[in-house]
Ligand binder design. Structure first.
Ligand code: FAD
Ligand code: MLT
Ligand code: ZN
Length: 471
């Protein structure tokens, strides 16, 4: 392997080939510290040509590559295995904005561009780039596309896939596919762009993308409301969809247990709603007409919701700072979970019509089989996407609890997901975490088609092997 490293130094300057343990360490574990891998080297290219040359060299030497962006993923997709024979290819140096096309309302950026930097660049030009998630200060657009990230604006603008018009990808052979086009219609056979989006680095390495931009809303109003049961939260969503239609840009649900955990670790993030209701919903309306128009609409919908007893309390953010506080409270649940210790994550989608039945039955079974567990259930209710996470009973060591119960808890949740015709991964992807569960979930035919695609595009299995599908 010494020869391989020597060859690398013809492609990259030595300082961008990390081989010392202390230099590699931050790239070898995931955000949740659930996985720790080893790597021959961590490589930091700055151009698509460098990426292509590295992949070619890896293909010649049968060295597997693990693409990596901001390393904020939840499924271990960006962590190498334990062999010490893989290389991590981190794209953070590929962070240039290549073009902003005002008339076409698109932006062309490199894969290592941090999501927040992209949002800010759009804003500078008077546009909204709507992808928004708690990790936006560190995740990168390449990672967002590779995982088809969701977040809090999917309800109105769709997920990362829906926001992308074109891609540049380095293939497993080390060739560059130039699909950098800002077209909203292009029916020229198989959609390669859609194939690479959501493939978690197993089919190609995304090096650049053309993303859609949107007009900025003139006013946004945010409210927190209290609901007594999940059926009311869904009826409330339907009411907002009917009355506000596309002005509805956020509809996030948090259970009391989630907010209690938040308050335990971040007392300043306490729920401003009194009364301890079982469900709190954060709702955002965005308007292109006027502040007055959206405020009146919000008040009218809330009044109706009170009248038909869908909500028992509400607080409307009186200014931007308070609206931000509401959103921070929502986004801090993940951080509170991390502070509390290891927990079992389930990122699932359920058709809204089955959500009530899912939560009622799964909660009951969970509390019956695992007495004392804390169900940290929150998520993007407008998308039917729950983060149905399980923390051990208070005072129980999470590590020991998970070792004993993880498999059964996953089986219980995923069994209910199947019953309700849902998905075991709504937005976080598969990575190595859900590799085993995927086959049963997708069914034999779909799984075989996925394996066939992987074999066709990466016959040597050098792109992120044993993630998503094994061949
Ligand atoms: P990484 O973690 O580096 O990689 C993720 C996967 O993509 C890996 O399989 C990796 O190999 C592959 N990959 C990375 N870059 C490339 C590339 N250029 N080409 C090919 N493959 C690549 N996710 C959501 O969907 N919604 C949320 O609301 C959300 N909230 C979060 C909040 C917090 C606090 C945290 C820590 C994470 C959250 N996530 C959320 C998960 C995570 O941020 C997303 O999955 C994000 O899209 C990952 O981007 P990344 O750049 O960190 O990718
Ligand atoms: C969120 O919606 O906050 C994220 O997906 C993070 C999480 O699931 O913890
Ligand atoms: Zn989420």
């Amino acid at each position: 392997m010494q020869a391989f490293i020597e060859h690398l130094s013809k492609i990259l300057e030595q300082r961008y080939i990390l081989t010392q343990d202390e230099d590699k360490a931050p790239y070898l574990t995931d955000w949740r510290k659930r996985y720790i891998g080893k790597a021959l080297a961590v490589l930091l290219p700055s151009t698509s040509d460098e990426v292509a040359a590295i992949v070619k060299l890896c293909a010649q030497n049968q060295v597997a590559l693990v693409p990596q962006g901001g390393n904020t993923g939840f499924c271990g997709g960006a962590t190498p295995d334990n062999s010490g024979k893989q290389v991590v290819l981190n794209l953070k140096r590929m962070n240039q904005i290549r073009e902003i096309d005002i008339a076409n309302q698109t932006i062309t950026i490199e894969a290592g561009c941090i999501l927040q930097a992209l949002q800010e660049k759009a804003l500078e030009h008077g546009f909204l780039f709507p992808l928004s998630l708690g990790a936006e200060g560190s995740c990168m657009i390449g990672g967002n596309l590779a995982t088809n990230a969701g977040g809090t604006n999917v309800l109105r603008y769709g997920n990362a896939r829906d926001l992308c018009l074109g891609l540049e990808v380095v293939t497993a052979k080390g060739e560059i596919w130039n699909g950098i086009k800002g077209l909203r219609k292009d029916n020229t056979g198989y959609d390669l762009r859609d194939l690479f989006i959501g493939s978690e680095g197993t089919l190609g390495i995304i090096t650049a993308a053309v993303m859609k931009l949107y007009p900025l809303p003139v006013s946004q109003w945010t409210t927190l409301v209290a609901c007594e049961n999940i059926a009311s939260t869904i009826a409330l969503l339907n009411l907002f969809q009917k009355r506000a239609s596309s002005l509805l840009t956020g509809f996030e649900m948090m259970t009391r247990e989630s907010l209690d955990l938040n308050e335990k670790h971040f007392p300043h993030m306490a729920n401003p709603l009194q009364g301890n209701s079982p469900f709190t919903v954060l709702i955002e309306l965005s308007d292109h007409e006027s502040e007055e128009h959206v405020r009146q609409l919000l008040e009218a919908i809330l009044e109706e919701a009170f009248e038909v007893k869908l909500i028992s309390d509400a607080v409307i953010a009186s200014n931007l700072a308070q609206a931000n506080t509401f959103w921070h409270m929502r986004e801090h649940i993940t951080l509170a979970q991390a502070e509390e210790g290891a927990n079992l994550k389930h990122d699932i989608t359920i058709p809204l019509s089955s959500l009530d039945s899912f939560i009622q039955q799964t909660d009951a079974l969970m509390r019956d089989k695992f007495p004392g567990v804390r169900i940290i259930n929150f998520g993007h209710l407008g998308d039917g996407n729950l983060h149905y996470n399980i923390a051990p009973p208070l005072g129980v060591d999470p590590k020991i609890f998970n070792e004993v119960n993880e498999k059964q808890i996953h089986e219980l949740v995923y069994g209910q997901v199947e019953r309700c015709k849902g998905s075991i991964s709504a937005e976080h992807g598969v990575g190595q975490l859900k590799l085993d569960g995927l086959r049963a979930h997708k069914g034999e035919v779909a799984h075989e088609l996925m394996r066939a695609l992987k074999t066709a595009l990466d016959p040597q299995n050098i792109l992120n092997p044993h993630k998503v599908v094994s061949i």
